[in-house]
Design a protein around this ligand. Structure first.
Ligand code: HEM
Length: 504
């Protein structure tokens, strides 16, 4: 007899279970019987435990916390959660690596995902960014190809330097992000020790309906600290879940990680005349032109109670806006708006918004969408399931309209034409921002990896480094033992000529 005060083990339908250690079988010999419905339920549920891992950012961890407004930016945005100094909003954050599978090492060289879900009084707002202010590509149509090169080779089923550097060298707009990724910033010390950025430009609009463009920046209060390549490689073997543990343990110990949150603001007029396309995610806006404006503080102070329920099932989407924040004409961002809820319907099911970690605050969700797999929120009860109706159903409210944007021109596949301006910021980062030690580590990190690719691909990529900065290209060429004259010749060519010259 079990102590009657103890919780009773039950089936999924609440019926007490008498024995959870011995299957029902025949006497002798022991053939298991179909009549053991508890065994069958237990195995069948187990068989369905795994859901598809995220197609990217599969390995990650998360925590709960809050955002607190410290500065007034209501002149730019009507967002309610930013409306008052001192206002606090609950949030959930997930940090991740990008290319690896669910079991991969936290210390891998990779950008880190930095996704924040704000549970605001006007619905959920997601900031789905990275720890880098820029990205490899600037058109969503290239994303699946890019990600294939970061994953496994179709035949060898291993990571493949040829695939990766072939794509990057054929996609020169990646040079800025490649320079960040192969610096020690590509291996942050932990999730607590890294910054977060929206990378994209978004729209702010205020109560008067005036809009401007902005970018988010979350600066780690512990500073952006990094690992060397040797340290990261060692950790991948000895403690592959180090960053996951670090976040959990620091919160358990009451050492709450925090970030000071800023925005950069560009007026709509400035955007028309800036020195490069302000919606191009391969570039940063210079802080000298658009200084960081403080907004608030983000603190993580509570661990998930259940990893699967919260971290695995959380679903962020860059299109989850609240009034006061909106989309910009960045074609990477616009592609992302489709991709996230689409993959989440596949990964979690049509009613993924009802999973508690994804649900808006109680009572905020009111619409006419009904039914679907795993509908658990009452499904609108007996209320009307169509609009318009004259039965007191929820109504749209025009006061939440997003400002209209003027658009002209032809509908076409407009290319971003590669130009010298696409190499400027990578060169500046190398020359002006990095220390001597940073540059040495960068060269060594690149060469350790690029050195495993075919020589023609090494030459093509090194020409791009040379275009960004001559010293950068020369040092990579020297370390890889490439002929510098050949690199210089390739650097002087157009991308089309360079590709032709390095085809075989
Ligand atoms: C067109 C380009 C992109 C596409 C199509 C894309 C697509 C995706 C998809 C399908 C997921 C999995 C989502 C899920 O299963 O819940 C994902 C995750 C993620 N992406 Fe992107 N992505 C793109 C670019 C970016 C960029 C530029 C950033 C950062 C600025 C970013 C940040 C993230 C983050 C942080 C996650 C993980 C979210 C989480 O923790 O659940 N992605 N992306």
């Amino acid at each position: 007899m079990v102590d009657s005060n103890k919780k009773k083990l039950t089936t999924n339908f609440g019926v007490p279970v008498a024995d959870d250690q011995n299957s029902i079988t025949t006497g002798s010999p022991h053939y298991t019987l179909l009549s053991d419905t508890h065994l069958i339920e237990k195995l069948a549920h187990f068989d369905r435990e795994r859901i598809p891992e995220r197609v990217v950012h599969a390995k990650g961890t998360g925590a709960h916390g809050y955002f607190e407004v410290t500065h007034d930016i209501t002149q730019f945005t009507r967002a309610d959660f930013l409306s008052q100094i001192g206002k606090k909003t609950d949030l959930f954050v997930r940090f991740s690596t990008v290319g690896g599978e669910k079991g991969s090492a936290d210390s891998a060289r990779d950008p880190r995902g930095f996704a924040v879900k704000f549970y605001t009084d006007e619905g959920n707002y997601d900031m789905v960014g990275n720890n880098t202010p820029v990205f490899f590509i600037r058109d969503a149509i290239k994303f699946p190809d890019f990600i294939h090169t970061q994953k496994r080779h179709p035949a060898k089923h291993t990571k493949d330097p040829d695939m990766m550097w072939d794509f990057l060298s054929l996609t020169p707009e990646s040079i800025h992000q490649v320079t960040i990724l192969f610096s020690d910033r590509g291996t942050p010390k932990s999730f607590r020790h890294m910054d977060g950025h929206s990378s994209h430009t978004y729209m702010f609009y205020n109560q008067a309906g005036e809009h401007c463009w902005f970018k988010w920046h979350f600066k780690a209060d512990l500073g952006f600290q990094t690992l060397t390549d040797a340290e990261a490689t060692e950790l991948a073997g000895t403690d592959p879940d180090r960053a996951t543990k670090d976040l959990y343990d620091s919160i358990e110990a009451g050492e709450y990680p925090s970030w000071t949150v800023y925005v950069q603001i560009m007026t709509a007029d400035d955007a028309k005349n800036y020195k490069f396309d302000p919606f191009d995610i391969t570039k940063v806006w210079y802080h000298a032109d658009y200084p960081l404006i403080p907004v608030g503080k983000m603190v993580l102070n509570r661990n998930p109670e259940n990893f699967f329920a919260e971290v695995e099932q959380v679903a962020f989407a860059p299109g989850n806006f609240v009034p006061g924040i909106g989309v910009s004409p960045d074609k990477m961002l616009l592609g992302r708006l489709f991709s996230y809820p689409d993959t989440q319907r596949h990964r979690l099911g049509a009613n993924f918004h009802q999973i508690p970690i994804n649900a808006s605050k109680a009572g905020l969700t009111n619409n006419y969408q009904r039914d679907g797999v795993m509908n658990i929120d009452g499904n609108g009860g007996a209320g009307p399931n169509y609009y318009p109706n004259s039965f007191d159903g929820p109504e749209p409210d025009a006061q939440y309209a997003v400002p209209a944007i003027d658009v002209t021109g032809l509908v076409d596949r407009h290319p971003f034409v590669l130009s010298d301006v696409d190499f400027v910021q990578a060169g500046e980062l190398y020359r002006r921002v990095m220390s001597d030690a940073d540059r040495s580590n960068l060269i060594s990190n690149i060469c350790g990896n690029l050195g495993q690719a075919q020589r023609r691909i090494q030459l093509r990529q090194t020409a791009l480094f040379y275009k960004a900065d001559e010293d950068y290209g020369k040092r990579v060429a020297k370390t890889l033992g490439l002929d510098l004259t050949e690199v210089k010749n390739l650097a002087a060519m157009s991308q089309e000529e360079r590709v032709k010259a390095t085809m075989s």
